[in-house]
Design a protein. Structure first.
Length: 279
DNA sequence: CAAGAATCCTGTCAGC
DNA sequence: TGCTGACAGGATTCTT
């Protein structure tokens, strides 16, 4: 679930609670997530000072003093529950708990257990199996019309599938791909190889704009997801097509040939788009 | 080799 | 109220 804006929001929420703090206690309640947690995770966390955070795609990296990074992926339903030691925080599916010396408490909650946590040496973060081969950060300058065109050129999949591929661009998921394609006026069914050129240039701009706006809004809060501080992100109200099957298209409402937002299935997942506005 | 399907797991919601 | 089936932010692994 959480896509780049939500992961970024979560990371920003963790900073004030953990950065510069020493971990007094760490507790693993359940180790069988997507992949088994490292056996010595709790031991490695306990007593460690948290230096800083970094986000890469949909991953959060928490750097510890001593040269290790904790690599966190929230999967579909993962979130970080922030509170205080001793406060009533009874929650199901809290697989990892971290308590800081100054009384802060962070719980990793993930009902579906598609998330994962691993340890990696900080100086080799990008060589980790899960990060190696990941495409450019969409908000970096390295992600531009030329680079996107190059990676779409030899692809025969629909553009929707290509953008969900993290090796093309890192951090996009189902929602933001739908939104960016709508804003760029590109059909999700269009073959990726036909996008390079002017369409790719427009697509890059819309991807960046959509993500920037979503980050500024604190992400999109769905059923399982709220910001670490419990506040709701509000970008879901700005969705133009996602989850809006049957509603009028914001681009061509009521115009001849516009039948509103349509839902189709690609890669087994819902795609929302306007067949008239997106070509 | 590339592209699509199946898969992991739990919760929620709509419909009957 | 309770049951059933569809569906949900992801991404690897298995089949065609």
């Amino acid at each position: 679930m959480p896509e780049l804006p939500e992961v970024e929001t979560v990371m920003r929420g963790l900073r004030p609670v953990l950065e510069g703090k020493r971990i007094a206690r760490a507790l693993v309640n359940r180790a069988d997530l997507r992949w088994a947690l490292p056996p010595h995770l709790a031991k490695r966390l306990t007593g460690a000072r948290v230096e800083n955070f970094r986000r890469r795609g949909k991953y959060i990296l928490m750097r510890l003093q001593g040269g290790d990074s904790v690599l966190i992926h929230l999967g579909m339903s993962g979130r970080m529950l922030i509170g205080h030691v001793g406060a009533n925080t009874e929650t199901k599916h809290e697989h990892l708990v971290i308590e800081t010396e100054d009384g802060g408490r962070v719980g990793f909650v993930d009902p579906r257990r598609f998330g994962s946590i691993d340890l990696v040496r900080t100086d080799a973060e990008d060589h980790h199996k899960l990060l190696a081969g990941m495409g450019p950060e969409p908000l970096d300058d390295a992600f531009n019309a030329a680079s996107l065109s190059a990676s779409l050129n030899d692809r025969r999949t629909p553009i929707k599938a290509a953008l969900l591929d993290q090796s093309v661009v890192a951090g996009l998921g189902n929602i933001y791909v739908c939104e960016a394609l709508f804003r760029a006026g590109i059909s999700p069914l269009r073959l990726a190889r036909t996008v390079p050129g002017a369409r790719a240039a427009r697509l890059v701009l819309e991807i960046k704009a959509t993500l920037r706006e979503a980050v500024a809004a604190g992400g999109s809060s769905l059923r399982d997801y709220v910001q670490p501080d419990g506040e709701l992100g509000y970008f879901q109200h700005a969705w133009k097509v996602y989850g809006r099957e049957g509603e009028p298209c914001p681009e061509c409402p009521g115009m001849l040939g516009c039948k509103g937002i349509k839902r189709i299935v690609q890669l087994g997942r819902s795609t929302f788009y306007c067949p008239r506005a997106q070509r």
